[in-house]
Design a protein around this ligand. Structure first.
Ligand code: ATP
Ligand code: MG
Length: 595
């Protein structure tokens, strides 16, 4: 790892962000294009195009390992790779880096494909799908290894893994060469072929690159490039019992696919010499021609209150701390989608945080701000009472009802109006009534008047209580000439304006109120147990009353429930005519003062 600095961007303030990690580049809040902001990678590409290194060609790749669901950190890499290729008229390959038979699965392949498509990207050019699997290169990778053996560049080591580890050396001590380092090419070739033929047990031999046991870069001290594994692979089954390592596979896959710019995160910076070594050796052997793909590193996305490690996310799923990979509390793309985040908001956040070499923490509030910005303009308004209290309008006739009208969107009159009935018994929010109001409380209390939003002005006359003195209903009278939108409504000046739904007409629904999954901004800092930082209140389920039109919401349809935030009809549990809602995000950031 090569991390120079650890900026902690807590405020979510764009100006702060701008000065902290993007000193020279203005960030336009209104610019919603994807990854179009200038950055050091684009400068490299521009230079390459000017010099004609690859002509005008720009080919990138996104190389996930199918061993888990993609998370918000991957979104950054996706936006970078696919966004850059698209902006330069190139193509980004989707390549599954699947050389670990133990952990990989088709379920993950499918979830990764879904997530990238949902984010708005594809791997097509013309009619050609640039979808690849490293496992499709196993034959070539093996042949190239044989070639490197013949050229004396790699050897079979028969030390066990413990011996290899202990002779690798340290940052201050050089490594010790293996006693098998100088085997003849013939012997190496025979052993390697026998490894492939299944003649040895796991760990009996490995194939190692013969580079430099004294290199200051430990990655160059004869890294292992093949190991024996008697494990079925999800695509190649039992065809192979030797599997290539990541460092060997990755650069060769890039070169086979004619990738120009191979973007990865900073932890691979120390692997770059190895990347270049393999490609250079194979070029000398006549396999590839120059120019070779160029590895460029950028800093990974670290988001506060979030964990971006597939291994730890798997732990949350397997330990049943969440309800699966797509639980709306999860930072997986599938979870964010189900929660109601939009692809636009994720792309906008990735663009605003930019691509740099500096490792930094991005405040989760920045993603939520991008989300609110995107949702506010697009989605209709609706009324929901989440913590219901009965309000009885005593002077309204029992068998009567009338229609009230509200705009679909307050800033877009052209989107029309919505209607819902008013009647004698209503649901209001429990917090909108207070029998003994504190100073400055303008909502409902005995003797006070408020406006029922889009309806009438009412005056509170009293309450009903049960035997334990709990308030079970509030009484009021309404003023029949105060209806919103009528001339008389202006004669009533009230300070409070509360929302309501008619009890007889409301749609009663399950509403899930989600919050951040972790209480702490850095849940896994300093190796501590992130499970201890779980927020026990990250999911609360309530039975709410919604304006009748909400019943028609289709899965994945969104709205702002006035005063409460943005909600989405859950894509998994909603059925036609019976949507279940997830709160995507509240209207304001309630965490910013505490962080
Ligand atoms: P994890 O540690 O979560 O398993 P990974 O890097 O092992 O992540 P891969 O499937 O190998 O997962 O990642 C595919 C690509 O996504 C890689 O190029 C990797 O560098 C990039 N990536 C992973 N996490 C982040 C992150 N937090 N920010 C930016 N890019 C990331
Ligand atoms: Mg990885």
């Amino acid at each position: 790892m090569n991390i120079e600095r650890n900026n902690d961007l807590r405020s979510g303030d764009k100006h702060n962000l701008k000065s902290a990690i993007y000193p020279d580049t203005p960030i336009h809040a209104s610019d919603k294009s994807v990854a179009s902001t200038s950055n050091f990678i684009r400068n490299i590409i521009d230079n390459d195009r000017r010099s004609g290194k690859w002509g005008q060609r720009v080919e990138t790749r996104f190389p996930p390992e199918p061993n888990g669901y993609l998370h918000i950190g991957h979104a950054k890499s996706i936006c970078a790779n696919f966004g850059i290729a698209r902006d330069y008229g190139g193509v980004c390959h989707l390549r599954f880096d699947d050389t670990n038979p133990e952990k990989e699965d088709m379920e993950y392949v499918n979830s990764i494909i879904d997530a990238i498509r949902w984010l708005g990207f594809d791997w097509k050019r013309g009619d050609c799908e640039h979808l690849y699997f490293a496992s499709d290169y196993y034959d070539q990778l093996f042949t190239f290894a044989e070639l490197l053996i013949q050229r004396g560049k790699v050897y079979v080591d028969s030390q066990n893994s413990e011996q290899i580890r202990s002779t690798r050396g340290t940052l201050t001590m050089p490594g010790i060469p293996s006693p098998y380092r100088n085997r003849t090419s013939e012997e190496n070739l025979r052993l390697f072929r026998e490894m492939k033929a299944g003649k040895f047990t796991e760990g009996a031999h490995v194939l190692r690159a013969k580079i430099d046991m004294e290199s200051p870069n430990i990655n160059m001290r004869d890294p292992v490039i093949y190991r024996i594994r008697f494990t079925s692979h999800y695509r190649t089954g039992d065809t192979w019992c030797v599997y290539p390592m990541y460092d060997y596979t990755h650069c060769i896959s890039d070169a086979l696919e004619n990738i120009t710019h191979s973007l990865c995160t900073l932890e691979f910076e120390d692997h770059r010499p190895l990347y270049n070594w393999f490609l250079s050796e194979l070029t000398d052997a006549g396999v590839f021609i120059r120019p070779l793909p160029q590895q460029i590193e950028f800093s990974r996305l670290n988001l506060t209150y979030v964990i971006t490690s597939k291994r730890k996310l798997l732990q949350l799923v397997e330990g049943k701390y969440v309800d699966g990979w797509d639980d709306p509390r999860m930072p997986t793309i599938a979870g964010l989608r189900r929660r109601g985040f939009t692809p636009e908001s994720i792309r906008l956040m990735c663009e605003r945080t930019g691509l740099t070499k500096v490792s930094s923490w991005i405040d989760f509030g920045l993603l939520e701000a991008a989300l609110r910005e995107d949702l506010d303009e697009k989605h209709p308004r609706a009324i929901a009472v989440l913590d219901p209290l009965k309000l009885i309008v005593d002077n309204y006739p029992e068998d009567s009802e009338e229609i009230c009208t509200a705009p679909v969107h307050p800033h877009h009159a052209e989107r029309g109006t919505r209607t819902f009935p008013f009647s004698r018994e209503l649901w209001i929010e429990r917090s909108d009534f207070n029998e003994k109001p504190p100073k400055g409380y303008f909502r409902l209390f005995p003797g006070n008047r408020v406006r029922l939003r889009y309806g009438f002005v009412v005056e509170c006359t009293g309450v009903d209580k049960d035997n334990n003195s709990n308030i079970i209903a509030v009484h009021c009278n309404y003023f029949s000439d105060s209806k919103s939108g009528t001339q008389g409504s202006n004669n009533y000046k009230v300070k409070g304006n509360i929302h309501w739904v008619s009890a007889a007409h409301a749609y009663c629904a399950e509403v899930r109120l989600y919050d951040r999954l972790f209480k702490e901004p850095h849940p896994d800092a300093n190796g501590r147990d992130f499970l201890e930082a779980l927020n026990p209140n990250a999911k609360r389920v309530v039975t709410a009353y919604l304006e009748p039109g909400a019943q028609q919401f289709l899965p994945e349809e969104r709205a702002q429930f006035e005063r409460h935030g943005y909600f989405i009809a859950d894509r998994v549990n909603s059925v036609p005519g019976k949507p279940v809602f997830n709160r995507i995000v509240s209207l304001r950031d309630s965490w910013s003062t505490s962080s």
